[in-house]
Design a protein around this ligand. Structure first.
Ligand code: CDP
Ligand code: CDP
Length: 219
């Protein structure tokens, strides 16, 4: 079987984007970071002063948006490159707020499917294997304990110069897990047929190798 679509889902800090990026490079696939599109919508809405708890206001704001994912993985909203801005810690919270709304989810799926047309893609997110590409050839669910995921995030934020405490980061990880697992629309779940990999105590290299083996055996 020729593998054209791979999905990686899982909670914050499981290693999805790092591993998807490395695999994409190795396999020559396009990496689609679905979280980046939610982040971009959240950040753009906040900039416009939209109340992110108001579903109607967010839905109507969506109509004015043109979202583009360039081949380099950069995300543009109405022609403005938001790639760096969406990586700030606030971007994740804004994303999980607007990700509750079905209209937003429909828009993101449309953008991602369009970007994937005629390409071999590896997509990471919360519902990549359930809703975005339910027909994916290989589905992975990455996870790790919340403490380990918070430790990874904490290290990353410190390296980038953010002044945060470990407890703050752990709290944020748990809050986002709760939001993502308990929302009514497209909650974070293990897709049917997905292979679950617990990355607690594993290096990035080990996880990449494990997935490469899975891909080889699905061929
Ligand atoms: O995309 P997601 O939120 O799932 O995680 P990520 O942004 O790819 O990874 C979060 C941090 O954990 C990054 O700094 C990775 O380098 C690190 N990481 C790790 O130390 N060990 C792993 N097995 C996976 C990720
Ligand atoms: O990197 P990290 O796992 O922290 O977050 P992300 O992948 O950039 O996603 C940010 C937020 O967008 C998540 O917490 C989810 O609320 C939402 N999201 C989603 O609902 N569905 C997806 N397929 C991807 C992200």
């Amino acid at each position: 079987m020729e593998v054209t679509k791979i999905t990686i889902d899982g909670p914050a800090g499981a290693g999805k984007s790092t591993i998807a990026e490395l695999l994409a490079e190795k396999l020559g696939f396009l990496h689609l970071d679905s979280g980046a599109v939610y982040r971009a919508i959240g950040v753009a809405a906040k900039k416009k002063g939209i109340d992110l708890d108001n579903e109607e206001a967010v839905s109507s704001f969506l109509k004015s948006l043109s979202i583009e994912i360039k081949n380099s993985g950069r995300v543009f909203v109405n022609g403005v490159d938001l790639t760096e801005e969406i990586r700030k810690p606030e971007g994740g919270i804004l994303a999980s707020k607007i990700a509750r709304f079905p209209e937003v989810r429909r828009k993101v799926i449309e953008v991602l499917r369009k970007a994937a047309e005629g390409r071999q893609v590896i997509t990471d997110g919360r519902d990549a294997g359930t809703n975005i590409f339910p027909d994916a050839d290989v589905k992975i669910f990455l996870t790790a304990s919340s403490e380990e995921r918070a430790r990874r995030r904490y290290r990353e934020l410190k390296e980038k110069g953010y002044n945060v405490s470990f407890d703050q980061v752990l709290e944020e990880v748990k809050e986002r897990d709760y939001q993502d697992r308990n929302r009514k629309v497209a909650p974070l779940t293990v897709p049917e047929g997905a292979c679950i990999i617990d990355t607690t105590g594993k290096t990035i290299k080990e996880v990449v190798r494990e997935i490469e083996n899975l891909i080889l055996h699905s061929r």
